[in-house]
Write a protein that binds this ligand. Structure first.
Ligand SMILES: Nc1ncnc2c1ncn2[C@@H]1O[C@H](COP(=O)(O)OP(=O)(O)OP(=O)(O)O)[C@@H](O)[C@H]1O
Length: 223
């Protein structure tokens, strides 16, 4: 379960430009649920995802993930927490173009101290779930947009994290690849992952497996 209490994120604090990217956010996201975070560009979606992922720290408020308070973790602890609990799929994929698909996917496992055999097994499993095994030796540079997305999915799954955060995941995909991506998310939900998709893509409207839609406007949740 993810609990967010009175969360605020201020940018340019104590200056003339000061503004709230997130204002007094209170949310509960059940374990294994599929949540769509909707809002126009600049509404605060990425900011909220990056706080949940412990990639950034709030100005005030609490984020409790599986009974652990994570909002103010020191950097070393937050990167350990992230490595174990969070898979992140970025709009621009954030892959290393000069590395192969399987090398990209193994990167999150490096700090976790697995043997090479364990790494190979985990990479193979996530390649299969993301349906990109056939390209495992290929350089990311040579992949199509949809294949890069599948590589990014495999990387988000490789640490067996229970929480998958997706930031505008279909922004660079055509319709067919977007539909394929949504089918993969549906499969991940069956694996009991908690999934949060930040998007303004109407393709996420009216999906039959969405548990909750959260609308965000100017940093404020409007239910
Ligand atoms: N590091 C930062 N410093 C200053 N302002 C920031 C910073 N990060 C985000 N913002 C501002 O906070 C607001 C929310 O940004 P955010 O990226 O969360 O929006 P978003 O809903 O994800 O938008 P998009 O759909 O375009 O990605 C925006 O006005 C943005 O300019």
């Amino acid at each position: 379960m993810i609990k967010i209490k009175n969360l605020n994120k201020l940018f340019y604090e104590n200056s003339k430009k000061e503004f709230y990217a997130l204002k007094d956010i209170n949310l509960e996201i059940q374990t294994s649920s599929f949540v769509v975070l909707k809002g126009v560009s600049g509404s605060g979606k990425s900011t909220l995802l990056s706080l949940i992922a412990t990639m950034d720290k709030p100005t005030s408020g609490e984020i409790i993930i599986d009974n652990e308070s994570v909002a103010k973790l020191p950097d070393l602890h937050s990167s350990n927490f992230r490595a174990k609990k969070i898979g992140f799929i970025f709009q621009s994929y954030n892959l290393f173009n000069e590395l192969s698909v399987k090398d990209n996917i193994s990167i999150p496992l490096i700090p976790l101290g697995y043997s090479q055999k364990q790494i190979d097994e985990k990479v193979l499993k996530s390649l299969e779930i993301a349906n990109i095994s056939h390209k495992k030796e290929e350089l990311v540079l040579n992949l199509s947009g949809g294949e890069k997305q599948r590589c990014a999915i495999a990387r988000a799954l490789v640490n067996d994290s229970n929480i998958i955060l997706c930031d505008e995941p279909t922004a660079n995909l055509d319709y067919d690849n977007s539909i394929r991506f949504i089918e993969t998310l549906k499969e991940l939900k069956k694996l009991n992952k908690t999934i949060i998709v930040a998007t303004h893509d109407p393709i996420f409207d009216n999906l039959d497996f969405v548990d909750k839609i959260i609308n965000i406007k100017n940093g404020i949740i409007c239910e």
